[in-house]
Design a binder for this molecule. Structure first.
Ligand code: MG
Length: 323
């Protein structure tokens, strides 16, 4: 079980305003502090050639150049995208949700994640889920029914199941999904290993619950393929290079009839506020990352009726936590 995720905070400054960004680097996507530092050094050279961002379109144009620096590095790229957005909002002295014409009341409830654990620890974690209206449960370690039964003895909240690539056999998976559909489970995420799209398509064609791609899906150029194998996609800023591309993915997924969820890594309030902006256009959100860490340098977002509150502060809405 992973106990920490590498992160790097990025700042972009202009005329006394500071935009904050964040790269949350999960080990399985290969980014490290060294790769991010190297990438951001090259990104700084690109940024020097541009004016401060004055619109989402301007940010998108800059991000195309940033994206072209080298392949991969999606979390480092997302940190630049977040910082540019935050800076834009601060220079305009307006919250990003307003600049992007989003309605904060449209924010979906976010789930709260419970890892694979012993019944005692699960009960303890459920106590920490206070204020959340949906649970996300990681399955795929072989004791899936027992975990759900343990949770159901303590809570009747709706559940998002994340199989985390852990299921092997399609027929067993289908049986399990039928059982889960009777347990107030709402959706299934990443049932099979990420490259096994055939089994994902087989299950999606038969599943009584919507099946979402997470590890199988990173960026916009894969969206058409996803539409033939899954019912929905989990959009994460750290996989797709940030808010600019995430908004395009959201729109394209909608056009293709795919359901959309916005997810996150373990992230500070910075990444979570960015994800919440994209989530305001989607049906599902799993953006609890900053509730799962202990070293958030920013104040926690508000949580109202199980939803992340998009506040009135300029930019992403961050406030540095008192030391
Ligand atoms: Mg997942």
């Amino acid at each position: 079980m992973r106990t920490h995720t590498r992160a790097m905070l990025t700042t972009i400054e202009h005329h006394g305003a500071t935009g904050y960004g964040e790269a949350a680097m999960v080990p399985y996507y290969g980014e490290t502090h060294e790769t991010a530092a190297d990438f951001l050094g090259r990104a700084a050279e690109v940024l020097k050639r541009h004016h401060a961002p004055g619109s989402d379109h301007a940010i998108e144009m800059i991000m195309r150049e940033i994206d072209a620096i080298s392949p991969g590095n999606t979390a480092a790229k997302a940190s630049v995208d977040l910082a540019l957005h935050d800076l834009w909002g601060k220079l305009e002295d307006k919250p990003l949700w307003q600049l992007l014409n989003l309605d904060p009341t449209e924010e979906p409830c976010t789930s709260f994640t419970l890892g694979i654990d012993t019944p005692d620890v699960l009960r303890q974690k459920l106590a920490e889920a206070e204020g959340f209206r949906i649970l996300k449960v990681k399955l795929g370690a072989g004791n899936d029914r027992a975990i759900i039964q343990t949770i159901r003895r303590e809570s009747d909240l709706p559940i998002y199941v994340d199989a985390n690539q852990g299921w092997q056999d399609v027929h067993e998976a289908l049986d399990l999904v039928h059982w889960l559909s009777g347990q107030n489970v709402i959706l299934i995420e990443q049932p099979f290993p990420k490259d096994n799209l055939d089994d994902a398509a087989w299950l999606s064609a038969r599943s009584p619950l919507p099946v979402f791609a997470d590890e199988s899906f990173h960026r916009l150029d894969q969206i058409q393929t996803m539409a033939s194998c899954f019912h929905g996609v989990n959009i994460k800023l750290m996989k797709c290079t940030g808010i600019s591309e995430a908004r395009h993915i959201r729109a394209e997924a909608y056009r293709l009839g795919l359901l959309q969820m916005v997810g996150c890594m373990t992230e500070t309030s910075c990444g979570i506020y960015g994800a919440a902006l994209v989530a305001a256009l989607t049906q599902f959100a799993d953006i609890d990352g900053c509730w799962l860490i202990k070293n958030n340098p920013f104040e926690m977002p508000g949580l109202l009726d199980g939803k992340v509150v998009l506040n009135e502060r300029p930019g992403l809405g961050l406030r540095v936590a008192p030391a």
